[in-house]
Design a binder for this molecule. Structure first.
Ligand code: SF4
Length: 231
């Protein structure tokens, strides 16, 4: 049975970059994540570095059919949680490559570690790695990660991955008001960002949703932070 979900290709606006048609593919039929954030609006289902969602043959067939129908320029793998925790993700990446198309995946930073999914991330042409909390107590409280994951492990994972990755690495820094945006915290954040060998830096804030507003900062402040981090 196919469990992949596709978003309709847009020809303009969000989701279209430099005229590239992007096919967004949700690869997780249920939430699978290494975190269990208290602000998550998804139900906790699977929590661990890998999840087996069963046979993937039908999903791969449908993925191929969707690519033929939509003729995208890039396939973006995402999901409810951390898409790289799907233990068949390598087969999906291979399937997209059969069509000569690049693959982008978004991941929670800790999974880029060699002991987790560095191999699968290296198979992708573009990787979006996320960074938010920089102190252990904040990280534990806001993400409630699996026991193998800590803030030190996550930062090391982002740095090490970026230094050996041959593709396009997009570092997505997520600003949480009061946690990584103060005058005291920003230099700490910058010190980490400076060690990551990224190709593109994206700076965003917590989206609205369950308690999201509490942590959001303004667009103007985000731009200031982005310039500071890139300086
Ligand atoms: S990383 Fe996202 S999907 Fe995972 S628990 Fe946190 S908010 Fe939910």
């Amino acid at each position: 049975m196919n469990y992949l979900k596709f978003e309709p290709i847009k020809l303009e606006g969000e989701g279209v970059e430099d005229g590239r048609k992007i096919l967004y593919v949700d690869v997780l039929p249920e939430k699978s994540c290494t975190y269990n954030c208290p602000i998550c609006f998804r139900e906790k289902v699977y929590q661990g570095p890998s999840t087996d969602f069963g046979p993937v043959e039908d999903s791969l067939k449908v993925l191929g059919e969707q690519i033929e129908k939509d003729q995208p320029d890039l396939v973006y793998l995402f999901g409810q949680g951390d898409p790289i925790t799907n233990d068949k993700i390598d087969q999906m990446i291979d399937k997209v490559h059969e069509y000569g198309l690049p693959v982008r995946i978004i991941v929670n930073g800790p999974m880029l570690d060699e002991q987790f999914h560095m191999r699968e991330a290296n198979m992708c042409d573009e990787v979006v790695g996320c960074l938010a909390f920089i102190r252990e107590n904040d990280f534990q409280r806001m993400h409630r990660p699996i026991k193998e994951v800590s803030v030190e492990q996550k930062i090391r994972s982002l740095i090490n991955f970026s230094k050996q990755y041959k593709g396009h690495f997009i570092l997505r820094v997520v600003i949480f008001k009061g946690y990584n945006d103060t005058e005291e915290q920003l230099p700490e954040l910058k010190k980490i960002v400076d060690q990551i060998d990224y190709d593109e830096l994206s700076v965003g804030t917590r989206p609205t949703g369950k308690m999201g507003d509490r942590f959001a900062v303004s667009e103007e402040r985000l731009e200031e932070i982005r310039k500071y981090l890139e300086s």
